[in-house]
Design a protein around this ligand. Structure first.
Ligand code: 13P
Ligand code: SF4
Length: 304
């Protein structure tokens, strides 16, 4: 079957079966083309609470599908490929965070949304890369225990010197792998390019950026800028999407290794199979866990 035929079949099936397809912007162009809504983690979370269809297919990683289920328990929520997890989300468990909380009882626990549902049950508020600064600023507390991403936590803490931060050393293996050397090399090869970076990269990389932001933040910045060349310091799918959207500009990956294999696990055929009811994994959550986790996501949407 040709790509276009598979896409047409997906579009037919989703209408017939009252399905909404949500896709994170790290997905491939052929998946984004059949999605009803695409965006960064924050935009997808907000959308997840508003979807009206009976079934939601999440093309992304597990914690994103769980977020949809937490916010819309009455819906059938399907993770497009059951092997798509986020290593950062699974880095820390509830027991560890409870232990750390006991050491810092007066700290507000701020969790990057890239965490498991179980971990969210012991956190006060979730944040995403695009909402973290605003939410940490708005919190009444000036003592913040930020988990699990030390790089995002460092980036936010530097902008809020009036608050005290405790950070744990987790992070995204894909972004954290980028080094200052990668940036200097890319800048040398493309001296006229602006460097746009995701805050999951290490501080030495972030410090060299012309713009720091979420995936959609980076895309919007590049689209609206008068500059013609950009080095993209986030997952390489963003380079592809920007090339398609702005063919008169030039986009260079910070490194050919900036690929999240989990985000890339989903194929167009996986999406087709989900629409047929023969693929993916239906997300099931225990109700007590869901309700506890929901508080931290509700708070994020309220403050963000
Ligand atoms: P965004 O908040 O930019 O969507 O980030 C999601 C993610 O997994 C980045 O690695
Ligand atoms: Fe997780 Fe990093 Fe992949 Fe994002 S890019 S889903 S944080 S592993």
């Amino acid at each position: 079957m040709a790509i276009k035929d598979i896409q047409d079949e997906i579009i037919r099936l989703k209408k017939e079966n009252d399905i909404c397809i949500l896709a994170h912007c790290y997905q491939t162009p052929e998946i984004l083309e059949v999605a009803d809504f695409t965006g960064d983690s924050f935009a997808l979370s907000v959308k997840a609470s508003k979807v009206e269809n009976k079934t939601v297919i999440m093309c992304g990683v597990r914690f994103m599908a769980e977020t949809v289920k937490i916010l819309s328990p009455e819906k059938k929520v399907i993770l497009s490929n059951s092997s798509a997890g986020c290593p950062m989300a699974e880095m820390m468990d509830k027991a560890l965070i409870e232990e750390v909380k006991a050491q810092y009882p007066d700290y507000t626990v701020v969790a990057y949304i890239n965490t498991t549902t179980e971990l969210k049950t012991v956190c006060d508020v979730c944040v995403t890369s695009s909402s973290a600064l605003e939410i940490c600023k708005k919190l009444d507390s000036d003592k913040i225990l930020f988990i699990p991403d030390i790089n995002l936590g460092t980036y936010i803490s530097k902008q809020l010197p009036e608050k005290e931060f405790k950070l744990l050393s987790g992070g995204c293996p894909t972004h954290a792998r980028m080094s200052k050397r990668d940036v200097l090399k890319a800048k040398e090869e493309h001296p006229n390019a602006l460097f746009l970076v995701h805050p999951e990269c290490v501080p030495e990389v972030v410090e060299l950026a012309d713009y720091v932001g979420s995936t959609t933040g980076i895309m919007d910045y590049a689209k609206n800028s008068d500059n013609k060349e950009f080095i993209i310091g986030t997952e390489n799918s963003i380079v592809t999407h920007l090339q398609l959207e702005c063919p008169d500009k030039f986009f260079y990956p910070l490194s050919k290794d900036l690929i999240c294999h989990n985000m890339k696990a989903t194929t167009l055929v996986d999406v087709l199979n989900c629409c047929k009811g023969v693929g993916g994994e239906e997300v099931e959550l225990d109700e007590e866990t869901r309700l506890k986790a929901k508080k931290s996501i509700d708070k994020m949407i309220e403050l963000g």
